[in-house]
Design a binder for this molecule. Structure first.
Ligand code: NAI
Length: 433
């Protein structure tokens, strides 16, 4: 379903009219394309407090292509901010730079993990979170603001490359913790998944199709899974990507074993994307609507994950990416079943992440999409759909590829230190934390 309002505000008269009426002003987002894979402009490296991070070698590769004079990427290293007085340096560093940051520019603030033994450091590092979330809400013009908590620069390279690129166009207001875990820098950052096998559930259409396409772009051999009823679409998707189609209902008792059988050997990346909604307020919800949603969105994710981990199908360097939703974080009327299933994904990721990394060398993370333009959201009634589109800092819905790019960042061999994270791909939706 085309976003006609976004098209309108892309014209001069439309912009004039909507500004006069005080309506939201979405900017056309700059996403990845083969012709323009990087942002182009200046990189501004700022520091607040006294930092020990050796960022320069990492920023050399992670930064934008040299281009116009204006900064398009700003990195503020605030890891050394330990007391309230040093917070003034955050203001002093960013305040003069903001006006010149280009459209679709990226601001990344680097923080340190809050120190449980030092409440002054913990207070000001937490202060950065409120700062980043507020700046994200006010900055506009397709610009994003995110906070990365890290302990060393190298292990955060994949994250900085992602956040400072067009790939993170719809990710704003997020706090990402990076640390622990082994990091293998890919030989080629443009094809980090070369030689790896990825399985994507729900790959016949929508977000799953975009995930399969994006992982294939990054070099992966893709196995595309969807229900047998979608076999025609599924085979077409797999065929276009040079991958394999696996028609299978993920809720089948033996789904894990059948996935393992269908694979050429081991699996490097497992993306749990298949999901359904069966909305009804709880008072009107028959048990079947409850159980079908819980079964597809949560129980099958738990079952197949357990089978593939314990069988050794996913091993050292493996990546699991599950799909939550902002409804699972904020709650949504009519979606008690769906929100319960998606909040369950968050619990799974937080609990299994540290253990799977220690026991199997596998990271476990989740994407939490906001309003993404797919068949699922095209079915939402008009006014609720318009509210979903506009009520976020970027004043528009996301594209399936935005969720796919975030998944690809989690899946990268360079992201071994990104674990147990739930990252919202929601343009900083007003719903949820
Ligand atoms: P979609 O409905 O367009 O695609 C979902 C795919 O999963 C379909 O191809 C479907 O056949 C497949 N699927 C459903 N049940 C299955 C089963 N038992 N076994 C195998 N495959 C099955 O949905 P969309 O929008 O692409 O969503 C993908 C994921 O993202 C879902 O988990 C959804 O809950 C989540 N999500 C989507 C949002 C959005 O705005 N579109 C927002 C938040 C989360």
């Amino acid at each position: 379903m085309a976003d006609r309002y976004l098209s309108l505000t892309g014209t001069a008269p439309g912009r004039f009219l909507t500004r006069r009426l005080g309506l939201p002003q979405p900017a056309a987002l700059r996403r990845w394309s083969a012709e323009q894979p990087s942002l182009s402009g200046q990189l501004l490296h700022l520091t607040a407090g006294k930092s020990d991070l050796d960022l320069a070698p990492v920023l050399t590769g992670a930064g934008p292509e040299p281009g116009p004079e204006r900064p398009v990427a700003v990195v503020l290293d605030a890891t050394g901010v330990r007391g309230v007085e040093a917070l003034a340096e955050v203001h002093a560093a960013l305040h003069p730079a903001l006006r010149s940051v280009a459209e679709s520019g990226r601001i990344v603030v680097l923080g340190a993990p809050p120190d449980p033994a030092d409440h002054h450091q913990a207070a000001v590092q937490q202060a950065l979170e409120g700062f980043v979330r507020s700046l994200g809400k006010e900055i506009g013009r397709g610009r994003t603001v995110n906070l990365v908590r890290l302990t060393d620069a190298r292990s955060a390279e994949s994250t900085l490359r992602f956040l400072l690129s067009p790939r993170s166009a719809y990710v704003s207001g997020q706090v990402i913790e990076v640390g622990g875990g082994e990091v293998t820098a890919p030989e080629d950052w443009d094809r980090p998944l070369a030689g790896r096998t990825a399985l994507v559930t729900g790959a016949a259409r929508g977000i799953g199709e975009a995930v399969a396409r994006t992982l294939a772009r990054d070099g992966a051999r893709v196995v595309c899974l969807d229900v047998p009823a979608a076999e025609a679409e599924l085979t077409a998707v797999a065929g276009r990507l040079g991958g394999v189609a696996l028609p299978l209902d993920i809720t089948a008792d033996d789904a894990g074993a059948r996935i393992a059988d269908a694979l050429p050997g081991h699996l490097d990346v497992l993306v749990h994307n298949a999901g359904i909604t069966r909305d009804r307020r709880l008072v009107n919800m028959p048990a079947e609507r409850w159980s079908s949603v819980l079964d597809v969105n949560l129980a099958s994710v738990l079952r197949t994950t357990d089978v593939l981990l314990s069988a050794g199908t996913l091993g050292a360097g493996g990546r699991i990416v599950a799909t939550a939703s902002i409804a699972g974080l904020a709650g949504n009327a009519g979606q008690t079943n769906y929100a319960a299933s998606k909040a369950g994904i968050v619990g799974l990721v937080r609990s299994l992440g540290p253990r799977a990394l220690a026991e199997y060398g596998v990271t476990v993370n989740a994407v939490a999409p906001g309003f993404i333009e797919t068949r699922m959201t095209a079915a939402v009634p008009l006014f609720i759909r318009e509210a979903g589109r506009r009520m976020n800092s970027l004043a528009q819905g996301g594209a399936p590829v935005d969720v796919a790019e975030t998944t690809a960042w989690f899946a990268s061999p360079g992201s071994g230190a990104v674990n147990g994270q739930v990252v919202r791909v929601c343009g900083q939706s007003l719903l949820g934390a």
